[in-house]
Design a protein around this ligand. Structure first.
Ligand code: CA
Length: 549
């Protein structure tokens, strides 16, 4: 891009105006006060209007940005929100929103894009975001953003430079960036394995939190044999529970034996793509889980009960190790500390691994080729990626999440480890009603503070920090890109594999199928297409690694 080059060359003097750069030596204020439409093209005029990076307002003369956005059911239109009213005050950019409810968003968005009737930007795309990037990016409908980021978005640039995995996640198959992500880390969204009540452990005389599968077995046996919940009945305990093969199986028991973090999916081991349910160590997991089942340590309804039924059991103090978060318990009756198991080791694996949660939604903002002022659009978007330190008029990624600090919420002290709401705001529901769209707008949120006055949440956050976070391990990148052909074939194989794995694993555990059939099971996985899918995953991983560089 020659424009880009020209601007780069004079960045130090005048980052503001692409057309103003060469001629007037950065006196953009003066230029923008003159009507220019009779002199040159519209887009050029608009960029003259843009102030230098770091200065506000973003445009000298007000402009209007038309944005199509996805709105949650029941949520207000974005023009009713304080967020955008204040952004207009700060930036001089006015907004014209075309709101679409989640249920019709995908369809209406595609009709607009295919029919050529789309606005300057599309925000808060949904699960079809990467498909949209791959489709409308190379067609030129979505602008390629790398140069705009380099020149107008210091916050985004800093985030991408510090997080190569984010850059890889938003890089399309052709190596270009067409969409901006929502990247978020908060105290309350951390991943975890299994929790249990410290009172149960005390009641059965165990003093150390299990760290191996054998130690876990001993504790579960004690839960089973004694009156662990202390209600006088030694036989009403369910020592270990889960819904299907979720959390306590997938994230705790399987990785304990295989040593790879995603128990039911693809991982990287020694640089190679492996499918956890096809590893030889998976058989050891099956033997262990079958033993738990046979001895009445595993919830006999693990594969048949609904989430509601399972929650009812949990809340009535019948379950030992459970797969949910303590925040799902009854805050009225739960007064004792909930402990988290660390990731476990086993006779076949000596490494504690836990799947590192990925908090990234790709494609939460696109700038289209209808946008007459992409420079201003990018500067506006960059504000959403500001950290608290470089907030503009109190606006940064945290503001989008929780509102304005000091008005809607405040830190409880200088350590910034906890925050509380400021009346009349009592929670995110209030924020979403009048202030912001709390989640999934484009932006960067790094907000490790805990909400005060929620003891179960505090309990969870503290335990996760101590017992889980140190062991976070990367599995196969969730945002790796696949070509249309790869995903068409790959999705079919992956779904069939998953169905087969869940069915056979359940049967091996409950004894409907003998573990002697493990080799037959592996053969079936190959027959379904596992080797072909591994090739596809390897190819995508290679591109991912390339994009990380
Ligand atoms: Ca009991």
């Amino acid at each position: 891009m020659k424009k880009a080059l020209a601007t780069l060359l004079c960045t130090a003097l005048c980052v503001s105006a692409l057309s103003g750069c060469g001629s007037e030596g950065g006196d953009s204020k003066e230029q923008s006060s003159q009507p220019q439409s009779d002199v040159s093209g519209g887009a050029e005029d608009d960029s003259v209007n843009v102030t230098p990076v770091g200065q506000y307002p973003i445009v000298e003369e007000p402009i209007t940005m038309k944005i199509m956005g996805r709105k949650d059911p029941g949520a207000p239109n974005w023009d009713e929100l304080e967020l955008f009213r204040r952004l207009t005050e700060i930036t001089n950019i006015q907004f014209e929103f075309e709101m679409l409810e989640s249920s019709v968003f995908s369809e209406q968005k595609n009709i607009a894009l295919v029919g050529g009737e789309y606005p300057d930007m599309i925000w808060r795309d949904d699960s079809s975001a990467t498909t949209d990037e791959e489709t409308y990016g190379p067609q030129g409908i979505f602008l390629e953003l790398s140069d705009l980021i380099d020149q107008y978005a210091p916050n985004i640039k800093a985030m991408l430079d510090a997080n190569p995995d984010v850059r890889a996640a938003i890089t399309s198959l052709d190596g270009k960036i067409y969409g901006l992500p929502y990247v978020f880390t908060t105290a309350t969204t951390q991943g975890h394995t299994g929790f249990f009540d410290s009172r149960w452990m005390e009641n059965v005389g165990i003093t150390k939190v299990p760290e191996t599968t054998d130690e876990l077995y001993e504790m579960l046996k004690a839960f089973k044999e004694q009156d662990a919940n202390g209600n006088g009945d030694p036989n009403d305990e369910i020592p270990f529970t889960c819904v299907g093969l979720n959390t306590t199986m997938r994230d705790l028991l399987i990785p304990a034996f295989t040593g790879v973090p995603d128990g039911l999916s693809f991982n990287i081991k020694d640089g190679k793509v492996v499918y956890a349910p096809a590893l030889p160590e998976y058989k050891e997991f099956l033997l262990y889980a079958h033993k738990l089942y046979e001895e009445g340590l595993l919830d006999p309804e693990f594969s048949t009960h609904t989430t509601q039924q399972w929650q009812a059991k949990m809340k009535s103090d019948m379950c030992g190790v459970y797969s949910g978060s303590p925040t799902g318990l009854d805050p009225e009756t739960t007064t004792t500390k909930q402990l988290s198991l660390p990731p476990l080791t086993s006779p076949t694996n000596s490494e504690k691994v836990l799947k590192k949660p990925l908090y990234l939604y790709p494609g939460r903002a696109f700038i289209t080729n209808k946008c007459e002022n992409p420079e201003a659009a990018m500067r506006l978007l960059d504000m959403f990626y500001a950290t608290e330190e470089n907030a503009v008029s109190g606006f940064c990624g945290t503001t989008v999440f929780a509102g304005w600090e000091g008005e809607h919420w405040e830190y409880t002290d200088d350590t910034k480890t906890a925050y509380r709401w400021i009346a009349p705001v009592t929670g995110f529901g209030d924020i979403n009603k009048t202030v912001s769209v709390n989640m999934e707008l484009p932006g960067y949120l790094n907000f490790p503070a805990m909400p005060v006055g929620a003891p179960l949440m505090e309990n969870k956050v503290e335990q996760v920090k101590e017992m889980q976070v140190p062991y976070y391990t990367t599995s196969y990148p969730a945002n790796a890109r696949f070509t249309a052909k790869e995903s068409e074939r790959g999705n079919v194989i992956e779904n069939d594999l998953y169905t087969q794995v869940v069915m056979m694993t359940t049967k091996f555990i409950n004894g409907e199928e003998s573990i002697d059939k493990f080799d037959d099971y592996l053969e079936t996985l190959d027959h379904i297409g596992l080797p072909e899918l591994i090739d596809i995953k390897e190819a995508a991983l290679e591109r991912w690694n390339e994009a990380m560089k």
